[in-house]
Design a binder for this molecule. Structure first.
Ligand SMILES: [Zn+2]
Length: 290
C-alpha cells in the first residue's frame, strides 16, 4: 500500500486532481482524511450524503473506534504552533527520526491514527494506491516522517491570483486576508518541499493538469505502475465516500475539466495591485509570469 498525499492551498484544483486519480485502476481517494474526526463531531456529511458518523463505508472502516472519537489532526494553535512546526520541519530535514526529541508525541499519534485508517481503507477496497487530499503541509510532514516508505507528496500549485479570486468569491474573505493566507500557506509548502528534499518533491500545476490531464496523470502514476485508463469525469460514481472537498463536485451534475481563469477578468484592480505588492515575487517564483 502506498499513499499519494496532495499538498497545496485550498482552491488549487486538488479535488479535481483527486477525482481524476481515483478513476484509475487500483486507486482509491479518501478526501481530506485529517478532517475525519472533526467533521464527524460536527455531523458533516460524507460525499455519499450520509452524516460521516452514519456512513456505512466509514463505520466499517473505523470499526470499534467511531470516526468522531478519532484524532486525525493536531489543532493549529497560533504563533507557538507555527514556531514548533518550523522547528520540526528543520529536524525532519536534518534527518532526525520521528521519535527524536523534536518530534512531538502528539503529532506521531495523529500520524499513527491516520495510518491505521489507510490500512483499513486499503483492506476494504483492495486499492494499492490511496489518495489523501488533506493538503496541510504540517500534517503531511508528520505522515511522511513517520511513514517515509509509504507516504509520498504531490505539491499542487496554481496561479496565486486564481486562488485569491476563488477564495474571495467562495468564502467572502477580504482581499487582504486572502492574500495573507496565501502567503503563509506558500511558506509552509516551501518548508514541506525542503523537508522531503527538493529532488524528491513531485510538483503539479493546476493549469497543466487542465491543459493535458492524461500526460500529467501518467507522470504522477508512472512510479506506481498504474496506467491511466480514462480522464472522463463523467465516469465518477455518484455514490462516493471521500471527505470534504470542493462543493463543485457535490451532486451528480455533468462534470468536465475546465481551466478556471475567471480571475483575469473578475479580480478587482485594487486586489490585484495588493497581491502584486505582497505576493507577486512568490507567484513568479512558482512560474506564473503574465
Ligand atoms: Zn459515505
Amino acid at each position: 500500500m502506498r499513499i499519494l498525499y496532495l499538498v497545496g492551498d485550498s482552491r488549487s484544483g486538488s479535488t479535481l486532481l483527486q477525482h481524476l486519480l481515483s478513476l484509475q485502476p487500483g486507486v482509491h481517494a479518501l478526501g481530506e482524511l485529517r478532517r475525519l474526526g472533526a467533521l464527524s463531531r460536527a455531523s458533516e456529511p460524507c460525499a455519499c450524503g450520509a452524516p460521516l458518523g452514519e456512513c456505512e463505508f466509514w463505520c466499517d472502516v473505523c470499526g470499534e473506534t467511531p470516526a468522531e472519537a478519532r484524532t486525525t489532526e493536531r489543532v493549529p494553535g497560533g504563533a507557538t504552533w507555527r514556531a514548533l512546526l518550523l522547528r520540526e520541519a528543520a529536524a525532519i530535514r536534518g534527518g532526525l527520526i520521528p521519535a527524536g526529541s523534536l518530534f512531538r508525541a502528539k503529532a506521531h499519534a495523529v500520524a499513527q491514527e491516520c495510518f491505521r485508517l489507510y490500512e483499513a481503507v486499503a483492506a476494504k477496497t483492495g486499492a494499492e494506491l490511496l489518495i489523501d487530499n488533506s493538503k496541510e503541509p504540517d500534517h503531511f510532514l508528520h505522515m511522511h516522517a513517520s511513514y517515509p516508505e509509504h507516504v509520498a507528496p504531490v505539491f499542487l500549485h496554481r496561479d496565486g491570483r486564481g486562488i485569491l479570486w476563488s477564495k474571495m468569491r467562495r468564502t467572502g474573505k477580504s482581499a487582504s486576508d486572502a492574500i495573507q493566507g496565501y502567503v503563509w500557506m506558500q511558506r509552509l509548502i516551501e518548508t514541506a518541499r525542503r523537508g522531503v528534499g527538493l529532488d524528491k518533491a513531485t510538483e503539479l500545476r493546476y493549469e497543466d493538469l487542465c491543459q493535458d490531464p492524461r500526460a500529467e496523470l501518467e507522470r504522477l502514476l508512472k512510479p506506481y505502475g498504474v496506467p491511466v485508463e480514462t480522464t472522463d469525469l463523467g465516469q465518477l460514481p455518484d455514490v462516493r465516500h471521500d471527505i470534504g472537498g470542493s462543493p463543485t463536485f457535490k451532486g451528480a451534475e455533468k462534470r468536465e475539466i475546465r481551466l478556471d481563469e475567471r480571475w483575469r477578468e473578475a479580480l478587482p484592480a485594487d486586489a490585484l495591485a495588493e497581491f502584486e505588492r505582497r505576493a507577486g515575487r512568490l507567484n513568479r517564483f512558482r512560474g506564473y509570469k503574465d
